[in-house]
Design a protein around this ligand. Structure first.
Ligand code: DGJ
Length: 722
């Protein structure tokens, strides 16, 4: 069980691996003292001296004492001249807060956040550290939770206006972590459409370095994640601090190196897309951030995030379930389909062992291209004269489950919905709405719109036998305005949109617990812990090219486990890159996630169909390990031509090794792959070659894997330990 030890001058949260220590300094300043490997006791004197503060915890607050004080939740305006976690404006127009200690309480269990996704459950302890600004009456209850089974500190805050005047929150960060030196690299995940989550590593320099989004979604361009790694940190060794938001909207994640080389890491709502009016008595819940420390390199950091996702983020009956192997018709037909065409695809899929058929975009309204009908969630009888039920039942008769695509947050200007309710769209009065992919965004801050969106999906799920929903979202925010919100609340809209979306998703989850939801946003444009809380898997990318996917899935795995990543085999030449890769390579990469297909199998030659049959049978045998095993990255596509990773079952008796090379070269040696995660005492048989090796040998000397000839060659090996 984790512990929280509270004394008058110190609060110490720890589990068996990590400690997080807060000091209560003179005057009630909550100071950050330590985050790292577990310690038995913590004497603050050295850390305070290192920050240039008196070892007894006294501060000269009248003389800008806060400017060099490591604080847990630094506020603005009073002696700290760095970027702070909290900016709060009073009715007189000034911005300041002087947060002082009121109380610290520990309780068993994990705090929850009303209306927001947050890590949950398990053996956890919560700390409620209450600070208060006397002048404005603003109370900040800082929430911390520590888990037993993963080295994660979860953080949030509840901000309450106990004063008599109105306050405006102009910034309310989720996490601030103070570090006394700047010898760190900032590691972020950045990309774009079809190339999500490249691993970007930059040496910190004086000033600010960040990734952020003001797109209303965590976005294709940046993930709500940041890690600080020592310059010498590598995949399997070295110190790293990782932080991620449990949030899916506009965000900021960055580090600032300031005076005396100190570093401040901050994550939270992006204040260029945020302000919140707090009337007397009102409170505001800050989205959660999660923080991990490891000295086991990026591999160690990812292991903690993956464990968090498995045990404390994903909910419901699919959290630990073997996900169905699916076939999605999008790249097979795009908008051009009818029932016969779909059933022909589904029949072939059933014949080779696929388990779920997913009907993607184009089944509703009169949507023959991406320029109409979003909002008109009634079946297009031209394409499906028998309706959805008839199709779903026929698909079920083939022995397949049936899944359906929605894009519920959107509205097409060419739709019955828009003609009846133009006020439903987010918009700025007097300005022509800017379209993107020919569509506008529904204003989910409105109760009537939330109700509409809930019923658009729920009514179809109730009336038809649907087992899976792909929830897509294909554009970002412009015209950020609501016809319903009062002017003084308009800057709340981006966050109110997220709260609205979360409330719809919560309702759907509760009412349809047997439906598996996959989230998608033009591929992986909203791949974050917030979405994962409501939907157990996310479509990684619209780019299904195997070599691109090596990079995309590698980067994604920095935070997210295989069971969260939708990854499919698609046709060649690949529709995004034009590249031709062998079917085995496409499958080897895709099977390290929620496996599926994005093509018409009828178009494959017979020998490839045989290969597909064998691949599906193998995935079914190994799926538990592939989805829920421990995932270790071995060779990085960002550092060379090769990509390798291994997934090891929890009992370490089964492992699947994936090795792919981009371009073949005649005179190069195959590398020795130094494996990780195996049991050194077990003997492993490589099923495909019959060779046997000790686990210790595989993790020390390594395994040399022979690749087939040709570009984009790949091997997937099964290791069985005894
Ligand atoms: C974007 C998604 O990423 C694709 O998989 C597909 O569902 C299209 N939208 C459909 O419009």
């Amino acid at each position: 069980m984790p512990e929280i030890i509270i004394t008058p001058t110190q609060i110490h949260l720890r589990n068996s691996h990590i400690s997080y220590v807060i000091g209560i300094l003179e005057g009630g300043i909550a100071a950050h003292l330590y985050f790292g490997r577990r310690v038995e006791r913590f004497c603050a004197a050295s850390v305070l001296r290192r920050w240039g503060l008196p070892a007894d915890g006294s501060l000269n607050l009248q003389n800008c004492g806060l400017n060099h004080t490591p604080q847990e939740y630094p506020a603005c305006g009073l002696g700290d001249m760095r970027e702070g976690a909290l900016i709060v404006r009073s009715a007189d127009g000034t911005a300041s807060a002087d947060l002082r200690f009121v109380s610290a309480e520990a309780e068993e269990g994990k705090y929850s956040l009303p209306g927001l996704p947050a890590s949950y459950g398990g053996e956890a302890m919560t700390l409620r550290l209450t600070l208060r600004d006397e002048l404005t009456g603003l109370e900040a209850q800082l929430l911390y939770a520590i888990f037993d089974d993963c080295d994660i500190i979860a953080r949030s805050a509840i901000l309450t206006n106990h004063g008599g005047g109105e306050l405006v929150l102009e910034r309310a960060a989720s996490l601030c972590l103070e570090l006394r030196d700047s010898r760190w690299d900032l590691v972020t995940l950045s990309g774009d459409w079809a190339r999500e989550r490249d691993v970007i590593r930059r040496r910190l320099t004086p000033g600010e370095m960040s990734v952020s989004s003001i797109r209303g979604a965590s976005s294709l361009l940046a993930s709500p994640f940041a890690a600080l790694a020592r310059p010498e940190t590598r995949e399997a060794a070295g110190e790293v601090i990782g932080a991620a938001l449990v949030y899916s909207g506009s965000f900021y994640a960055g580090a600032e190196v300031g005076s005396r080389d100190a570093t401040r890491l901050m994550l939270g709502l992006n204040d260029r897309h945020f302000a919140w009016l707090l009337k007397p008595g009102e409170r505001f819940a800050v989205p959660e951030a999660v923080l991990t420390w490891s000295d086991g390199g990026f591999d160690g950091m990812s292991a903690q995030f993956h464990r968090l996702c498995a045990a404390h983020i994903v909910r419901g009956r699919f959290a630990h379930a073997e996900r169905p192997i699916l076939l999605n018709n999008w790249e097979a037909t795009y908008f051009d389909f009818d029932e016969n065409k779909l059933l022909a695809i589904a029949e072939k899929a059933a014949e080779v062992g696929v388990e779920l058929f997913v009907l993607d975009d184009g089944w509703f309204g009169h949507r023959d291209a991406d320029n109409s009908s979003l909002g008109d969630w009634t079946v297009d009888a031209r394409k499906l004269p028998g309706g959805l039920k008839n199709l779903a039942e026929k698909v079920h008769t083939l022995g397949l489950k049936f899944g359906l695509w929605f894009e519920p947050e959107m509205i097409s200007p060419d739709s019955e919905l828009y003609r009846a309710h133009p006020e439903y769209a987010m918009q700025i009065r007097g300005r022509a709405p800017i379209e993107s992919r020919n569509q506008l965004i529904l204003d989910l801050s409105r109760a009537d719109v939330r109700d509409f969106v809930y019923h658009a999906v729920a009514d179809i799920l109730s009336a038809n036998p649907i087992d899976y929903v792909k929830w897509d979202m294909n554009r970002n925010f412009t015209n950020v305005g609501s016809l319903e919100l009062a002017p003084e609340r308009m800057r709340e809209l981006p966050h109110r949109y997220m709260l609205g979306l979360y409330s719809v998703l919560e309702r759907l989850q509760a009412d349809f617990p047997d439906v598996l939801f996959e989230s998608c946003a033009s591929g992986g444009g909203r791949f974050d812990l917030g979405m994962l809380y409501y939907m157990p898997q996310t479509w990684c990318s619209d780019n299904t090219d195997a070599l691109s996917r090596c990079r995309i899935q590698w980067g994604t795995s920095m935070v997210f486990p295989p069971f969260a990543m939708g990854s499919h085999v698609s046709a060649v030449p690949n529709h995004q890159t034009g590249r031709v890769t062998p079917i085995q390579t496409r499958a080897n990469v895709a099977m390290s996630g929620c496996f599926g297909f994005e093509l018409d199998l009828n178009k494959l030659p017979e020998e490839e169909i045989e290969a597909v049959r064998a691949i599906i049978a193998r995935v079914k045998r190994l799926r538990k390990t592939l989805l829920y095993g421990d995932f270790h990255r071995l060779l990085s596509p960002f550092e060379g031509r090769d990509t390798a990773w291994i997934t090891v079952s929890q009992d370490r008796r089964e492992a699947v090794l994936m090795f792919t090379r981009d371009l073949s070269q005649p005179d190069t040696d195959e590398p020795m792959l130094t494996l990780r995660g195996l049991d050194p005492a077990l003997t492993y048989t490589v099923l495909e070659t019959g060779e046997t090796y000790g686990g210790d040998e595989l993790m020390s000397s390594g395994l040399c894997v022979a690749l087939p000839q040709g570009d984009a060659a790949s091997v997937s090996l099964t290791l069985l330990g005894a």
